[in-house]
Design a protein around this ligand. Structure first.
Ligand code: UGA
Length: 429
């Protein structure tokens, strides 16, 4: 049996490879011929640990292939995953343009029963809309089911999340379709939630919104900790041991970024507004997050006087380690804010790059040491292991003034002070 994965972005490629790893034969379909050519040569067009070797392994064993031919690949596949993007529109709502296009392509090329599984993050009621889009595009009537099966992959850990998920959520309108999707994941050992498509759609948004809320909560507490001289890491540990709270996603810092939390919280706010209700808590979550980097900027300004004429090293640009993704990255917000206040900024990241509009104004460094040379302060913005393991004794010799502003609270405050640094984390020093 052939499975088609429509869309070979980050979610589509990970899904396709995870399905191959589970023993299924998979075809990845994308309109972008350059991407398809690259994938066929065993090369990924984004950075994600562990995926490229798996791609090469399954290409070699013929378990996976990629194509740009929509008509034929749809006709020969009974199961079709939709993994296209749902980027935010200016009002925060999700753009369903690609989902609609995919549904219409499937409808037009149908030649028999199809099980369509939507993995893209989509607003409540999209499964119903898709049913209409597929039906209206059909040239001849054929039966089909559309099942909502949201993904919970984290960038940087996508492969392990896909092969060892916490849970699988299946939103179906009938038992047979739900069972068929469950059968695909039979080799995975985890709880399966079988529910309605609408519930599944909201589960995805609510999960991301809850995690974003946890981060903004701990960040707000961290602001208080800085005022009263309390250590947020100990507070997080103390509350996190209560299993009702849990210790994960309680790491205070300069705020969450990425393509998911900011986009999905905005989309959920937009869904609520559309239905005449206001999610006040989530509005605050967003507002805390959007100003969280300013809190560390303020600490640094207090220490340095102002940034005019200073040289500041920024370590880390990605929104988190193990990815080259800078979308909504708090590190980029810090770079922009420092530049706006007259600092000369020297940046380093193992893989991520600055956006073009600020790239020319910064000093791009090929090593952390180069960025630290003659710096008045360093901002640690992404907790890459190389920064945590940096030789901070040597780094001291390179810097003009030894100030560390740790935006991820990953360095040991006591040790840094013993080494002679002025160290300030977020709610931690
Ligand atoms: C997130 C979710 O964790 C996944 O479950 C979900 O599938 C995915 O979005 C999605 O919707 O596709 P991701 O955006 O890859 O995954 O990254 P996370 O690991 O969740 O981190 C998001 C941001 O929160 C990062 O900027 C990270 O630095 C920040 N964060 C995370 C904190 O500031 N504190 C924490 O304690 C944890």
């Amino acid at each position: 049996m052939n499975i088609l994965v429509l869309g070979t972005g980050y979610v589509g490629t990970t899904t396709a490879l995870a399905l191959s790893e589970m023993g299924w034969h998979v075809t990845g379909l994308d309109m972008d011929s350059h991407k398809v050519q690259q994938l066929l040569q065993g090369k990924l067009h984004f950075y994600e640990p562990g995926l490229e070797p798996l791609l090469q392994k399954h290409l070699q064993s013929d378990n996976i292939t990629f194509t740009t031919q929509a008509d034929r690949s749809i006709q020969v596949s009974e199961i079709i995953f939709i993994c296209v993007g749902t980027p935010p529109l200016p009002d925060g709502s999700a753009d369903l343009h690609y989902v609609k296009q995919a549904a219409r392509d499937i409808g037009r090329n149908m030649n028999g029963y199809k099980l369509i599984i939507i993995k893209s993050t989509v607003p409540i009621g999209t499964q119903e809309k898709m049913t209409e889009w597929v039906r209206s595009a059909q040239r001849q009537s054929h039966p089909f089911d559309i099942v909502s099966n949201p993904e919970f992959l984290r960038e940087g850990k996508a492969l392990s999340d896909a092969l060892h998920p916490d849970r699988i959520v299946i939103g179906a309108t009938n038992e047979q379709a739900a069972a068929a999707v469950q059968n695909l994941y039979l080799s995975l050992k985890c709880p399966v939630v079988i529910t309605t498509p609408r519930n599944a759609e909201l589960i995805k948004y609510a999960a991301n919104a809850f995690l974003a809320m946890k981060i903004s909560f701990i960040n707000e507490m961290a602001r208080l900790c800085d005022k009263v001289g309390i250590n947020i890491k100990e507070v997080a540990q103390g509350i996190g041991l209560d299993p009702r709270i849990g210790n994960r996603f309680l790491q205070a810092g300069i705020g969450y970024g990425g393509s998911c939390f900011p986009k999905d919280v905005a989309a959920l706010l937009s869904i609520a507004a559309e239905h005449g209700t206001e999610l006040k808590l989530l509005k605050e979550v967003v507002s805390i997050n959007e100003t969280q980097h300013l809190h560390l900027m303020h600490s640094a300004r207090t220490r340095l006087g102002n940034f005019m004429g200073t040289k500041i090293a920024v370590l880390g640009l990605a929104f988190k380690p193990d990815t080259d993704d800078i979308r909504e990255s708090s590190a980029i917000r810090i770079v922009r804010a420092l530049m706006a206040e007259g600092a000369q900024v020297a940046v380093h990241d193992p893989v991520a790059k600055l956006p073009p509009d600020v790239n020319d104004a910064a000093i791009i460094c090929s090593s952390p040491s180069q960025a630290l040379e003659n710096a008045d302060a360093v901002f640690l913005c992404t907790e890459w292991t190389i920064y945590q393991q940096l030789d901070w004794v040597h780094a001291k010799q390179l810097m003009k003034r030894t100030n560390i502003f740790d935006g991820r609270n990953v360095l040991d405050a006591k040790k840094m002070a013993e080494l002679g640094y002025f160290y300030q984390g977020v709610g931690y020093r």
